[in-house]
Design a protein around this ligand. Structure first.
Ligand SMILES: NC(=O)c1ccc[n+]([C@@H]2O[C@H](COP(=O)([O-])OP(=O)(O)OC[C@H]3O[C@@H](n4cnc5c(N)ncnc54)[C@H](OP(=O)(O)O)[C@@H]3O)[C@@H](O)[C@H]2O)c1
Length: 320
């Protein structure tokens, strides 16, 4: 089968298209014919090994699993003998961040992994980007325990995580102030944000308002710059470690002092989250934002674009 593989960590150019052996499902796994996948920041983080810590999951010296790709949408073509919940012909989508393998014509996924049957009437290309941004956003929002009417500021509102966060927060009836660049103002309003701040025209850290939660979904702020935006019980979260790894360190410090002003939850990616996201999509509450679509042969170009940090929402890869 055709796959995008990498045998060493490095820039997007370490990826190349190659014929590799088709995987065989174990007893508790399904074999999926992939129709669409994505290039996301999880893939680029693992491939570049920008943070050394990621190598503890992907291989210390070189990648343990050469086929990249974490989000997928496709059709089941084979099931292991212990699989009860899926059958050949089921259309599924999901997010396999640990084992990867989605940048290929076929991949195997554990039947109890973060995968769900696709809702009726949605294409593979719409469902492939439903996993990463939404599960990360949902993990953080769940960890904070956002309630109806609470005020949330989302910085980096136009990324995969930010655009999903706005929609999930609005579904939970929070009051959302979103921060994005000029070109994305209209989109972010359409996603349901109550108020939009253009960071290219206004410094959002200077607004005369406080929030129950500041969600930095682009990792470009700091707790120091945002703390005046927080209510007394307000919380701050960033998708990046911050300079000198300050965000997880502050999270530990505030956990010890009991105030939990900075949180850094490890995302919990599982089947329940995929099922929740499926229901949001079915009900129209969440729609993954798609920026560009590439073919599998264009994986390097797609990866360069994602790594530019300028994609809006998600970048889809058509495999068939
Ligand atoms: N495993 C990992 O390491 C991992 C996994 C997933 C995500 N992440 C992190 O999560 C963050 C978000 O990822 P993502 O995929 O949701 O989004 P993304 O692709 O990184 O975000 C792109 C958006 O960020 C905005 N942006 C770019 N520069 C900005 C700036 N200086 N100030 C404010 N906004 C800026 C742009 O929107 P505008 O045009 O509106 O400015 C663009 O649409 C990233 O920091 C990423 O590294 C890490």
């Amino acid at each position: 089968m055709k796959a995008a593989v990498y045998t060493k960590y490095g820039p997007p150019e370490v990826l190349h298209i190659k014929e590799v052996e088709e995987p065989t499902p174990h007893n508790n796994e399904v074999l999926i014919r992939i129709y669409a996948t994505t290039v996301n920041r999880t893939d680029t983080g693992f491939r570049s090994a920008r943070y050394f810590v990621s190598r503890f999951f992907t291989g210390l010296i070189k990648p343990k699993r050469p086929v990249a790709g974490s989000e997928f949408a496709g059709k089941i073509v084979e099931v292991g003998i212990d699989v009860k919940d899926f059958k050949v012909g089921d259309k599924v989508f999901g997010f396999e961040d640990v084992r990867s393998g989605a940048h290929a014509e076929y991949m195997t996924v554990a039947a109890d992994g973060s995968m769900a049957k696709m809702p009726e009437g949605f294409s593979y290309q719409v469902m492939a980007p439903a996993g990463e941004g939404a599960t990360y956003a949902l993990s953080v929002i769940t960890a904070v325990g956002i309630q109806k009417g609470q005020k949330v500021l989302v910085y980096g509102a136009s990324g995969a995580i930010g655009s999903a966060a706005i929609q999930i927060l609005k579904h939970l009836k929070a009051e959302v102030t979103a921060v994005c660049g000029t070109k994305n103002l209209k989109l972010i309003k359409l996603l349901g944000a109550d108020k939009v701040i253009d960071y290219q025209k206004e410094d959002f850290t200077k607004v005369d308002e406080t929030f129950d939660f500041v969600f930095d979904a682009v990792g470009k702020s700091s707790y120091g710059a945002c703390k005046k935006l927080l209510t007394p019980a307000g919380k701050y979260y960033s998708t990046e470690l911050g300079s000198y790894g300050q965000n997880p360190l502050l999270a530990v410090w505030f956990a010890l002092t009991g105030s939990r002003k900075v949180i850094f939850p490890i995302p919990k990616i599982n089947k329940e989250k995929m099922e929740y996201i499926k229901r949001l999509i079915e009900s129209g509450a969440y729609k993954p934002v798609i920026d560009r679509t590439y073919s599998l042969n264009e994986i390097v170009e797609a990866t360069r674009y994602v790594e530019s940090g300028q994609k809006t929402g998600n970048v889809v890869i058509k495999v068939v």
